[in-house]
Design a binder for this molecule. Structure first.
Ligand SMILES: [Zn+2]
Length: 296
């Protein structure tokens, strides 16, 4: 039954060895799989379950901290990464599974019923990205995967990321990217109240049946925006599957209705068609008025 649902997705850009491609997370030679019509950004490794966006993020970790040699995968790079203090804002997923073997790896989730910085009954640390409990200049690497579109006040979140990063440290992250478009603030906060400037849009969330509310649709201005917050940023991976017009941009009633029809059918992965884009920001040190970031 399952095999009927899946068709094989072949992309020449993936490392291609003996007709199968190497997963940059688990290192296995596999055929990546995806349900027909779903966003190619979600194609999965059948072994570690890493999606295309997970695998591209792993590639950026390897490119930054190991080398550009495609024989490496996250699974074979542990010795290179063990000296780094790493923070990931999730406690699930294939990247987490590997990094959690490292001695200086910290992960968290957000729970609204326990104090920030404490552990829940399963031993998972509770953190709010807008109000992290870590000291300044603490992490070499921070990883966030499709998180920032759900942050109530993204400027506060990015500023916290910058605060807890060491100088020259990197924030490596993914967001659904509305390339060629302007960022949209869909929901603003007034104290604890949500003020909707646009109708509510939810992404799938394995932990929540209603899904996860989207506060911001990030667009092309994100690079300048992060630079203005003191986080020079570049796009490290940009795998283009879709044109700007294929990428959903829910700004009028007709498009909102289209979104709702996919949501009602339970087919949101077929609606949210995004390219796989991985960003990397660096906390730069200002010395003698000079910005020392690699990104200029
Ligand atoms: Zn894999």
């Amino acid at each position: 039954m399952l095999s009927r649902l899946f068709s094989i997705f072949k992309n020449k850009d993936d490392d291609y060895i003996h007709g199968r491609r190497k997963c940059s997370i688990c290192g296995n030679q596999v055929d990546f799989q995806i349900e027909k019509g779903s966003s190619l950004r979600e194609s999965k490794c059948p072994i570690c379950k890493g999606t295309r966006r997970n695998r591209d993020l792993a590639k950026v970790i390897l490119m930054t901290y190991v080398n550009n040699d495609t024989t490496f995968s996250l699974s074979s790079a542990m010795a290179y990464l063990k000296k780094f203090v790493i923070y990931e804002t999730q406690a699930v997923g294939p990247i987490h599974s590997y990094l959690s073997n490292l001695p200086k790896y910290i992960c968290s989730e957000f729970f609204d019923n326990i104090p920030l910085g404490s552990l829940n009954e399963d031993g998972i640390r509770c953190e709010d990205i807008e109000d992290l409990s870590f000291p300044d200049n603490f992490f070499d690497i921070i990883i966030t995967q499709d998180v920032f579109e759900h942050i109530k006040n993204p400027s506060k979140g990015f500023t916290e990321i910058k605060r807890v990063l060491k100088y020259d440290g990197y924030h490596i992250f993914t967001i659904p990217f509305h390339e060629g478009r302007k960022s949209l603030v869909r929901v603003k906060k007034d104290g604890s109240k949500n003020i909707f400037s646009m109708p509510p849009v939810y992404h799938l969330d394995p932990l929540k049946e209603t899904g996860s509310l989207v506060y911001t649709d990030f667009g092309k201005d994100i690079i300048d925006y992060l630079k203005s917050l003191g986080l020079p940023t570049k796009i490290a991976v940009h795998e283009k599957f879709y044109s700007i017009d294929d990428i959903p941009y829910i700004i009028d009633e007709a498009e909102y209705k289209r979104y709702l029809s996919y949501r009602e059918k339970g087919e949101l992965l077929k609606y949210f068609l995004y390219n796989s884009v991985v960003f990397i920001s660096q906390k730069f040190r200002v010395e003698y008025g000079r910005n020392t970031s690699n990104f200029g």
